[in-house]
Design a binder for this molecule. Structure first.
Ligand SMILES: C[S@@+](CC[C@H](N)C(=O)[O-])C[C@H]1O[C@@H](n2cnc3c(N)ncnc32)[C@H](O)[C@@H]1O
Length: 297
């Protein structure tokens, strides 16, 4: 089904960048075939995995296939903290083993991911030291974004605005010291984290122009705005992707400006943070990122 869906997608669109994510993409049998199919059509392919199932063989095959990047969350320098967050004993050991195999091939191939929450806020500096010891220069630094199972554990995970700003400042100082750079892939309102204050951290902002944005398509062909949005816009086995995107552009679902942002001069760049999180929490795209409400203390 995944192969059929990818073939359909590749026949309809020129795919420049394909990220295989999940869920856990390495659970998919013969995922190498999927990578091959996309590579044969000229797509850059990245793998976003928890790193627990990667074997030496897999890594050699991905190298031959010209996989562009592998992202693995390493959530702390302390195995027990990582395993507590993943809820899987032994996952840190296995993720680290994969990370080490990947950097042996090429350190630029690995992007370790730190997902910042209350559970690992004290581990920032030593974890960045650990990344540096792997020879990595470029990392992901995501704030915990509410959604999915994370909603159930929100109390344990959420940070206040002050804690979040302070954590990003600390991370930035450490990145400068180590000569490393981070990208925050979770769109965050600019009034909460001002990108100018973090010299070594770049920030994603979320375009609602459907012709420009990265889309998420699951193995059954369901199209969503992004990996965090629960709302299915259509299915590429039932209608062409262009029809789905045109309908969405016409129905103006993504065109609203949330009330606290309507007079803000940052709006055009900021777009109110992650509004897929608003869909997750409030059931609507119309409201500003829930982080503004959640982190108020
Ligand atoms: C959804 S996961 C799926 C792939 C794989 N199973 C994994 O554990 O990395 C893909 C990426 O999403 C990001 N991510 C996952 N949960 C997140 C959360 N609650 N907040 C922010 N980023 C998150 C991480 O950057 C992770 O690398």
């Amino acid at each position: 089904m995944a192969r059929r869906t990818l073939r359909r997608l590749l026949s309809e669109a020129r795919v420049g960048q394909l990220s295989l994510t999940g869920g856990e993409p390495t659970l998919l049998p013969r995922i190498h075939d999927i990578v091959l199919l996309a590579r044969a059509k000229g797509a850059n392919v990245a793998l976003l995995t928890n790193g627990t199932l990667l074997t030496e063989d897999d890594i050699a095959i991905y190298k031959d296939l010209g996989l562009a990047a592998i992202q693995i969350p390493i959530l702390s320098h302390r195995s027990e903290h990582h395993d507590h967050i993943t809820m899987l004993e032994g996952s840190w050991e296995r993720a680290m083993r994969s990370a080490k195999s990947i950097v042996t091939q090429n350190p630029k191939w690995l992007t370790p991911v730190f997902i910042l929450s209350r559970l690992n806020i004290d581990d920032i500096e030593p974890t960045l030291d650990l990344y540096a010891s792997l020879g990595v220069k470029q990392i992901m630094l995501n704030r915990f974004n509410i959604g999915g199972l994370g909603r159930k554990y929100a109390e344990e995970l959420n940070l206040s605005h002050e804690e979040l700003r302070d954590a990003f400042s600390r991370a930035n100082r450490k990145l400068v010291e180590l000569g490393m750079y981070a990208h925050n892939g979770v769109c965050t309102p600019m009034c909460l984290l001002n990108p100018k204050e973090y010299s070594n951290i770049s920030f994603s902002y979320c375009t609602t122009d459907l012709a420009m944005r990265p889309l998420t398509i699951n193995y059954r062909g369901d199209v969503r705005f992004c990996n965090h949005s629960p709302r299915v816009m259509g299915n590429i086995h039932q209608e062409p992707l262009t029809t789905i995107l045109q309908r969405e552009a016409e129905n103006k679902y993504f065109d609203t400006i949330p009330t606290p942002c309507d007079k803000c001069e940052l709006w055009e760049r900021c777009r109110g943070g992650c509004r897929a999180a608003s869909e997750q929490l409030y059931g609507t795209f119309d409201r500003v990122d829930p982080i503004l409400e959640i982190g108020k203390k």
